[in-house]
Design a protein around this ligand. Structure first.
Ligand code: ATP
Ligand code: MG
Length: 750
């Protein structure tokens, strides 16, 4: 209404126009990054509305993230005004929640059903396994959780799974029983887990034709962005909603009341499929034409986002993937500046280079912090970047992950240290009282708190009182209401704290106390034993915290636990200080490559380009996984519009230990004439070539009482066995190049 459809076609190229005005059968738009797929989807929606082909309520648009949904709603909103509000633009999950909340009755669900997140569903699975008397070593609940999730993404329900497994396979049949009981418990609790949202909606549409009919009448246009990342359940959901399953030939079959299928538009790029680990299959896009014989396919080949240099680099990297359809992306925007490469000695120096460069771009090219994004492969890598940005006062935000010091495991670990440093710190003591789980639940905590209140002592003293044994017991007031078991557990907890405090008194460093706390509490072991990939991330983050503590010891060898905690508090706190200079310059965005999908920034830094970091260690031996890492690299490089930086650290302290990592193979794929290496080799590498061989010196082995204070920590297990041989030398070089900046340095080189 009032909107000129022709105006919506202005500035689009012929293929884009064809996609916007297409009517009739299903439409597939496949194209490389930055070719305007999302823009076409947005304009298509606006065009449908402007030409009166659809009312807003008839449109269902699915995006991959809430952020992308908000952006699309906003973009359509600016094109068509407030009527845009009646469209459904959402992620798969939130669209399903909306449908299920409306249709709960036929499913026998309460409208207020709860949604279990990953942690909730894992807890439930543990209970179920216990009820079934399954040995957690042979049948780890977390593995079961993951398998159930995979089954749900494949739309396999418990009955079907039970039929498919052979009785003689104990693992599979245990899983079948656990899956059935798990689902039953969910139903009793009026709860759905995350995967259920999709699967239940599919079941609903398949089992209740009237309901399906309702949505098919309502949604005459179904549009899906990032189609390459849909999994099987989502794929079937789209088919059910569009009603295409009944009329594969794209025509109504003439039955009375029969409804022609909705118009289905999907857009995607097989080269950007990066969620195989969550069950996404590229197959959905590769075989779309087979599944929908009437489909029209439109290819977009002009890239509007990036300069030719950026595009050439990205194409060079992705072209190494086997079995892909070659694409011919081109741009009119010119070569642009060279890609800038940088080899740092360490992740700290890499971060410093980035901060300096952001400053310089601001001074010389008017680049605002909001124009800049810094990408990394895994969340743990943000820490070194955050520290430098805090120190240099560059405003930043971390997207799709919690800031380092707000992460649960970091808070837990710091809570241990605070409880050691301050025996009366009630908040932190209460935080860790039952972390990891030691049978001291809410009731025990309440009893201890009541005791503290009654006796007017601190919570810490209440713990000490409850821990008293033997004769000692007669001299302290009784903590009432604790079971014998709880009392024993409190005693063990108290002993742990006492041991850690003794370490501190004996002069142990914060890093050593941290290691001992995580080790002896069983915290690290629990995470290590877990099959949940999130827990692996937690271990990485804790290794990062260890690195912070080790660094602190180097900067301030005299510093004790209190000094360390003060420093942590300051860094953690300055995170909260808002940008106060009046003019909104925006913030630098820190994010993993996964969360960057679909976005674009004028300036992009892709960090940690090392074999073992990006591509990730796991992928080095698996060709499928390596292909996925390569697609991830393609996504990363193609986010940049004008300036692209690629950097690596010759030594990265991950997993608690410094390791030398070779250049990422993806870096080597980028034609050298495209890259301006600001620093092509780390000073360490230069030195090694000069001197030959590596120096001695135990970098990681720490001299302090390593026997009596248990050297377990991160060193004992699953982390990579990288070499960190040249350590003595490494240390020299870091000193020499000024890579270690203390708190007094601002991180700006003159
Ligand atoms: P990705 O694969 O990364 O999701 P995409 O194919 O969805 O990318 P868009 O984000 O839609 O690409 O577009 C990339 C950029 O190019 C955007 O800034 C968009 O506004 C711009 N763009 C797309 N088409 C045109 C056009 N015809 N004229 C001018 N700019 C365009
Ligand atoms: Mg897009």
């Amino acid at each position: 209404p009032g909107l000129d459809p022709a105006a919506l076609l202005e500035g689009l190229n012929p293929q884009q126009r064809a996609a916007v005005v297409h009517t009739g059968g299903p439409l597939l738009i496949v194209a490389g990054a930055g070719s305007g797929k999302t823009r076409v989807l947005t304009h298509r929606i606006a065009h449908l509305l402007a030409t009166g082909q659809a009312r807003p309520g008839e449109i269902l648009a699915i995006t991959f993230t809430n952020k992308a949904a908000a952006e699309m709603r906003e973009r359509v909103g600016t094109l068509v005004g407030p009527a845009a509000g009646r469209m459904w633009v959402s992620t798969f999950h939130s669209a399903c929640v909306r449908i299920l909340r409306r249709e709960h009755e036929v499913l026998g669900l309460r409208s207020s059903f709860s949604i279990y997140d990953a942690a909730d569903s894992q807890r439930l699975m543990s209970l179920v396994c216990r009820q079934l008397d399954l040995d957690p070593k042979r049948y780890p609940p977390k593995t079961f959780s993951r398998k159930v999730s995979d089954l749900k993404n494949e739309l396999v329900d418990p009955e079907e799974y039970a039929r498919s497994v052979s009785e003689s396979n104990p693992f599979d049949s245990a899983l079948a029983r656990a899956y059935a009981l798990y689902n039953e418990r969910l139903r009793q609790a009026h709860a759905l887990d995350f995967d259920d949202l999709i699967m239940t909606t599919v079941n609903l549409l398949q089992a209740f034709p009237a309901v399906a009919e309702h949505y098919r009448r309502r949604f005459r246009h179904v549009l899906v962005d990032e189609y390459q990342d849909t999994n099987h359940a989502q794929y079937v959901l789209v088919r059910e909603l569009a009603g295409v399953d009944r009329d594969q030939d794209g025509r109504a079959d003439g039955d009375p009341g029969d409804l022609p299928p909705a118009e289905l538009t999907v857009v995607g790029d097989a080269d950007q499929s990066i969620y195989a680990f969550r069950g996404a299959t590229i197959r959905n896009i590769l075989e779309f034409e087979e599944d929908y014989p009437q489909a029209t396919t439109i290819l977009l080949e002009q890239n509007y986002r990036s300069t030719q240099n950026i595009l050439s680099a990205a194409n060079a990297v992705i072209s190494q993937n086997p079995g892909r359809r070659a694409k011919n992306l081109w741009t009119e925007s010119g070569d642009g500046p060279s890609i800038v490469g940088y080899v740092a000695d360490s992740e700290h120096e890499e971060a410093r280079f980035i901060a300096e460069e952001i400053d310089r771009l601001g001074d010389e090219h008017g680049v605002r912090p909001g124009d800049v994004a810094v990408f990394y492969r895994t969340n743990a890598q943000s820490r070194a970047l955050e520290e430098v940005l805090v120190r240099t006062g560059i405003p930043y935000k971390v997207v799709g992950g919690t800031r380092f010091y707000e992460r649960r495991e970091i808070k837990d670990a710091v809570a241990y240290l605070r409880a050691v440093a301050n025996p009366d710190d009630a908040v932190n003591l209460r935080r860790i009282l039952n972390v990891p789980k030691r049978g001291l639940g809410d009731r025990a905590e309440a009893m201890l708190a009541a005791h503290a209140e009654r006796e007017r002592v601190s919570f810490g003293q209440a713990i000490a009182d409850a821990a008293a044994s033997g004769e000692e017991r007669d001299t302290v007031p009784e903590v009432i209401g604790l079971t014998t078991r709880a009392r024993n557990q409190v005693r063990a907890f108290h002993e742990l704290l006492t041991e850690l405090r003794d370490m501190e008194t004996a002069g142990a460093s914060p890093a050593e106390i941290l290691d001992a706390a995580l080790d002896r509490s069983g915290y690290l072991a629990e995470l290590r034993a877990s099959e949940d990939p999130q827990d692996a991330t937690r271990v990485e983050n804790l290794a990062e915290l260890h690195a912070v503590a080790a660094e602190f010891a180097e900067l301030d060898p005299e510093g004790g636990l209190g000094d360390f905690l003060e420093r942590v508090a300051l860094v953690a706190d300055s995170d909260q200080i808002p940008d106060s200079d009046g003019v909104d310059q925006g913030q630098v965005t820190l994010m993993t490559v996964h969360t960057a999908k679909g976005l674009e920034f004028p300036v992009v830094f892709v960090t940690g380009m090392e074999d073992g970091t990006f591509p990730h260690q796991r992928s080095l031996t698996e060709s499928d996984e390596l292909s996925e890492e390569r697609r991830l690299a393609y996504v990363a490089l193609t986010r940049a519009r004008e300036r692209l930086y690629v950097s690596r650290a010759a030594v990265r302290t991950a997993w608690g230990m410094p390791q030398e990592l070779p250049a990422s193979r993806f870096l080597e794929d980028i034609p050298s004439e495209l890259v301006d290496w600001r620093r092509a080799e780390s000073s360490m590498e230069t030195l090694r070539r000069g001197r030959g061989g590596s120096g001695g010196g135990g970098y990681g082995s720490g001299g302090f009482g390593s026997r009596s204070y248990g050297s377990g920590s991160y060193g004992s297990g699953s982390y990579r066995s990288g070499s960190y041989g040249g350590s003595g030398q490494d240390r020299d070089v870091r000193g020499g190049s000024g890579a270690r900046s203390g708190p007094v340095r601002t991180g700006k080189l003159g």
